[in-house]
Each structure stands twice: as structure tokens, then as C-alpha cells.
Design a protein around this ligand. Structure first.
Ligand SMILES: Nc1ncnc2c1ncn2[C@@H]1O[C@H](COP(=O)(O)OP(=O)(O)OP(=O)(O)O)[C@@H](O)[C@H]1O
Ligand SMILES: [Mg+2]
Length: 588
């Protein structure tokens, strides 16, 4: 329940509109409460033979008028209260999305994307329902309930007491059911998250499912998750669905008691037949507040369970954040110095990097190589502080990167990640992602440097071709070069390219390197690569194995010294001579 605190500022922001909406709601209730009074009068006049066509016409007219006013007022409260609930949902979503954008990459590695999507959609819906409908049913139920009881007391206190006798029992039952609903709804939402994640993964890997003919097992797996979701929902309904039947049963009990005792009171002339009919009408009105109570409790429990799931995100602190005092990245040439760096991923006890020393010099190309899993991508990620770096180990132009403002540090880095992710947007927007204001000429120049000229001509709409989901309508090599152009266009002084041309043929790769060497000799470039032809063109090369730098220097020096680098290159050349793949390198 404490989670609802989160919503207070958003509700306060709109308190007047909500108040007007709730006022309209109360006015509808008042009108509704007035109708049994009219009916009482009509019945009394009828039984006393005092009714005339005119009096009936007048009473019918008032009911029609009240009906019209109620319809209008109902429109008002729906628009005001339910509309504002949508706005509160929007605010909350904005807050969660804003917070998510500050969270470190590690959070997204741990939180399945399907789960995240479910929280942002399904749980948001539950929160909105608890705010909008919940508030309406609450105010409506309380007001209508109290007013109906008031009118009933006015007619006959003793009869009222009999009619509301079951209520304390109802409160007890409701309390038990609401706790159960809360627990079961949390399970249902978790099951929905699991299902969403499963569907997301299956569609992302649909090519594998087809290639491996795995439709059967995958469908069975999904089916099982679907069944599980249904099972959990049925359990939930068994708890929350009990509210209505139980409440309705009690209203029928009350109706029976009123018929019996109220009927006797009418026979004994303690109340008039009109009172008796009006009492029945108020009792019928009371059944709605009683159901509303159950509904509100169910909605609020669901909303609370969902809010708690959203709060979990909001309570997650970013692993990497600005220090209390930061400075902007210096306007230096972009020298990166790594000094005795050790690193272990949080939650793991195995060091991924140990005692790494490396200077990445500006205006030079530094190559980084080593077997798969040796820690190359991790090292690049640490330079951009995607993960928290130990203090004093990595610096940019002489300043510890932990002392730099994060945004400013990252603006100095042009990154080509290993997975060359593209957005399902045009090639143009993908290239200009880091510099949305770039003009056509700059975008084309970056594309040319990345060797995309020919490809662009073959695309149906050139730069304006829309690439499919995650860029999957492009070839692997095309995607990599779009990612390279994107990094290039930022103009950041440090280029970090993680195996960025592994899917590009060797000739095209050489051509791109030519461009890099000729036109871009001012940047600091750190390239992860497995190709000896590329390594040979680097100014400085480092070989990483199991998190340690086992060899580093200029390529000719390293070849001459006959160390691990020379051994790697030799093995690779042998592979090439044997007609091997020639573009993979294994240092083990
Ligand atoms: N987010 C993570 N959490 C825990 N361990 C990780 C994480 N990412 C990578 N690792 C582990 O860290 C080690 C280094 O991984 P890294 O991705 O840096 O290797 P790499 O040299 O880039 O390999 P490759 O050539 O295959 O890209 C691996 O053993 C990997 O299993
Ligand atoms: Mg890697």
C-alpha cells in the first residue's frame, strides 16, 4: 500500500480537475437518491387514491429531467477522473522511463527485456485502473452507501439495522480476500512478464527456430507458459471473483429480511407502502456500494502489486553515476591511459581483467587482439564507464575518468560496439544517431569513409532506406559499416571499434583502413581485431589472454621478438596457407 505514495505528487498536480470530476459524481448520486423519494410519493398517492394523471406526469417529467442531468454529469466525471488517471499513468511512465535511461548496462543484462516491457504496459494499466476506476468506485461507494443508509434510517431505524446486519461479516471476508488478491496478482504479473519475455526471445530468434526445426518444442514451451499464466489467473479469479458473489448474496439476504420485516411493518401501518417501496429501492442502491467496495479493494490490491513492481525499477540505483564533484572532459588530444587495471563483473568472483597496462596514443592506431573471452570488449566498455571502473586506473588526457562528468566523457568517445545494433529506421537516421543535426553532406562523407558507397546505390531508397527490425534487412557487413559511419560522424576524438569489421571482406576492410589512415590521423583509435593484416597496419598492438596483456609493442618489434604476438600471426598464416578461414585468430 505504501507504494501509492509514489502517485501523490501526480494526483496533487491535478487535484482541481479530479475534484470537479468527483463533485459531478456526487451530484449524480444525489440525483439517483432523489428518485426513490419521488417513487415513494407516487406510490403513496396511488394507494391513497390521490394520484392524478397530472401528478404522475409531473413525477415522470422530473425523473426524465434527472436522468438527463445524470447522463451529462456522468460524462463530466468520466472525462475528468478517468482522463486524469491516464495523465497520471503518463507521468508515472515518464518517471520510470527517465529513471531507466540513467541505469547502467548491467541492470539491463539482468532484467529480461520482456519483463521490462510487461512492467511498462501491463503494470501501468493496473495502476491506472486503480487510480481512475478505483477512485470513482471508492467515492461513489462511500457516498452512495452512507446516503442510502441515511435515507433508510430516516424511513425506519430498526429495519435499517436488520438490513445492514451482515456488514461486519462482510468486512472480515473482504479483508481476507484482499490479501489473497494482492498475493495472487503479484504472481499473475510475474507470470505475464515471463510469457512476454519468452515471446520476445522466440521472435528475436525465429530464424534459429526455423533453421533448427524447433517449432514443436518452442510452441510446447510457450504453450506451457501460457497454461501457467491461465492457471495463475484462475487462482486470482478464485480470490477476487469471490467478492461479487459474496456481496450479492448478502444483499439478497438483506432483501429477504426487509421483505419479511418491512412487510410486517407496512401491515402494522408503522410505515406507508410508499416507504416500503422506497426502502427497497434504497437497499437496491446499497448493493452497488457493497459491490463497489469489493471492486475497489480488488483494483487497489492489483494497483499496489503493480506499483511495487514499478517501484522496484525506481529503487534501483545506477551502478555507474557521476561523482559528487565532476569536471568536464579536458579538451586534450584524447590519450587513454590504463594503469594496472583489474576488473571483476559484479555478481561474479572471477577476474576478467588483471593488471592491464596500456597507453592508447592520440593520432595513432592501437590494435587489441586475443582469443574470445579474453576481455577485449570488457576493456572497451570500461573506457566508456559502462561498468564501474576502480578508481585511478583509467584516465583520459591525464584525468581519472571517474572524476569526469559521465556525459562529457562519453561525448569524447565514438563507439562501434561488437554487435553493431541498428534501429529499425532509415540508414540516414542510423548514421546520424549521435549527431541528429548533421547535414546530408556530412552523413554521406561518413558513409563513404565507412565504405558504404556501393551499398547505398543498391538500396532501394539510398540513405532513406528503412532497415528492418534491428537492421536485419542489411547484411552483417553492411550493418557493421553503418555502425562505423555512425561512430565516425560524431567527430568524437576517440574511436573505439570492437571487432567492427569482422563481417567485412578483407579487401573492403583494407580500403576502410586506408581512409582511416589518410583522412583521420588526428583521432585516438583503438581497434579490436582478429585479422593480422589489420594488426600489421597498427602503430601499436596489444595481445590480451585471459584478462592479461601478454605482449605489446609495434608489430615489427613484436614479430622480431618472437613472443605471443608472433606466434599468433604465424599460426594464422599457416591456417591461411592450408586454406583455412584466415580471418579468425586463436591465441590459445
Ligand atoms: N555482463 C557480464 N557479466 C559477467 N561476465 C561477463 C559479462 N560480459 C562478459 N563476461 C565475461 O567476461 C569475459 C570477457 O568477456 P569479453 O566480452 O570482454 O571477451 P572478448 O575478449 O570481447 O571476447 P570476444 O572476442 O568473443 O568478443 C568472458 O569470460 C565473459 O564470459
Ligand atoms: Mg568482444
Amino acid at each position: 500500500m505504501k507504494s501509492f505514495r509514489l502517485l501523490i505528487p501526480y494526483l496533487l498536480r491535478r487535484k482541481w480537475v479530479i475534484a470537479i470530476g468527483l463533485l459531478a459524481l456526487v451530484l449524480v448520486d444525489l440525483a439517483q437518491l432523489f428518485i426513490p423519494r419521488l417513487i415513494k410519493r407516487a406510490v403513496d398517492q396511488l394507494t391513497l387514491d390521490q394520484a392524478t394523471t397530472l401528478s404522475l406526469l409531473w413525477q415522470a417529467g422530473v425523473i426524465v429531467l434527472l436522468g438527463l442531468v445524470m447522463a451529462l454529469l456522468r460524462l463530466v466525471w468520466r472525462r475528468m477522473v478517468l482522463g486524469q488517471a491516464r495523465q497520471v499513468e503518463r507521468d508515472l511512465r515518464g518517471k520510470v522511463l527517465g529513471h531507466l535511461s540513467t541505469l547502467s548496462i548491467g541492470f539491463f543484462h539482468k532484467m529480461p527485456h520482456g519483463d521490462l516491457m510487461a512492467r511498462l504496459t501491463n503494470d501501468m494499466d493496473a495502476v491506472r485502473m486503480s487510480v481512475g476506476i478505483g477512485m470513482v468506485a471508492f467515492v461513489d461507494g462511500i457516498f452512495l452507501g452512507l446516503a442510502a443508509i441515511g435515507f433508510m434510517l430516516w424511513i425506519h431505524p430498526g429495519l435499517t439495522l436488520i438490513a445492514i446486519l451482515p456488514m461486519p461479516l462482510l468486512v472480515l471476508i473482504t479483508r481476507r480476500l484482499s490479501r489473497l488478491t494482492h498475493r495472487r496478482f503479484t504472481t499473475v504479473q510475474a507470470a505475464f512478464s515471463g510469457l512476454t519475455e519468452m515471446v520476445r526471445q522466440d521472435y528475436a530468434g525465429v530464424h534459429l527456430i526455423q533453421a533448427y526445426q524447433a517449432q514443436g518444442p518452442v510452441t510446447a514451451h510457450l504453450d506451457e507458459a501460457g497454461r501457467d499464466y491461465v492457471r495463475n489467473n484462475i487462482k486470482l479469479v478464485r480470490a477476487s471473483g469471490l467478492f461479487f458473489p459474496v456481496m450479492l448474496f448478502f444483499t439478497h439476504l438483506s432483501a429477504a429480511a426487509v421483505l419479511l420485516f418491512g412487510g410486517r411493518l407496512t401491515i402494522n401501518l408503522a410505515i406507508t407502502p410508499g416507504d416500503f417501496v422506497a426502502f427497497g429501492a434504497y437497499l437496491a442502491l446499497l448493493s452497488w456500494p457493497m459491490m463497489a467496495l469489493g471492486w475497489v479493494i480488488s483494483l487497489v490490491q492489483r494497483g499496489a502489486a503493480s506499483l511495487a513492481r514499478l517501484e522496484e525499477i525506481l529503487n534501483t540505483q545506477p551502478e555507474v553515476k557521476n561523482a559528487a564533484q565532476t569536471r568536464p572532459a579536458p579538451d586534450g588530444p584524447g590519450e587513454i591511459s590504463i594503469n594496472n587495471l583489474d576488473f571483476t563483473y559484479s555478481g561474479s568472483d572471477r577476474a576478467v581483467l588483471s593488471g592491464v597496462n596500456l597507453i592508447v596514443q592520440p593520432g595513432k592506431i592501437t590494435g587489441l587482439t586475443g582469443p574470445t573471452g579474453s576481455g577485449k570488449s570488457t576493456l572497451l566498455g570500461l573506457i566508456g564507464r559502462l561498468y564501474e571502473v576502480p578508481a585511478g586506473r583509467v584516465s583520459l588526457d591525464g584525468v581519472d575518468i571517474r572524476d569526469l562528468d559521465l556525459a562529457s566523457l562519453r561525448s569524447k568517445l565514438a563507439v562501434v560496439p561488437q554487435d553493431s545494433f541498428l534501429f529499425s529506421d532509415t540508414v540516414r537516421h542510423n548514421i546520424a544517431f549521435g549527431r541528429p543535426d548533421a547535414d546530408d553532406q556530412a552523413i554521406r562523407a561518413a558513409a563513404t569513409l565507412a565504405g558504404l558507397d556501393k551499398d547505398l546505390k543498391s538500396f532501394p531508397d539510398g540513405l532513406d532506406t528503412v532497415v528492418g527490425e534491428r537492421g536485419l534487412t542489411l547484411s552483417g557487413g553492411q550493418r557493421q559499416r553503418v555502425a562505423l559511419a555512425r561512430a565516425w560522424l560524431t567527430g568524437a576524438p576517440v574511436l573505439l571499434a570492437d571487432d567492427a569489421l569482422s563481417h567485412v571482406d578483407a579487401l573492403t576492410e583494407q580500403m576502410i583502413l586506408d581512409g582511416l589512415l589518410e583522412k583521420d590521423r588526428t583521432r585516438t583509435v583503438l581497434l579490436v581485431t582478429h585479422r593480422p593484416t589489420v594488426l600489421a597496419r597498427c602503430d601499436h598492438v596489444a595481445v590480451l589472454a585471459q584478462g592479461r596483456i601478454v605482449d605489446q609493442g609495434s608489430p615489427p618489434e613484436l614479430i622480431a621478438s618472437g613472443g605471443p604476438y608472433a606466434a599468433l600471426v604465424e599460426r594464422l598464416q599457416l591456417l591461411e596457407e592450408m586454406g583455412g578461414p584466415g580471418d579468425t585468430l586463436d591465441a590459445r
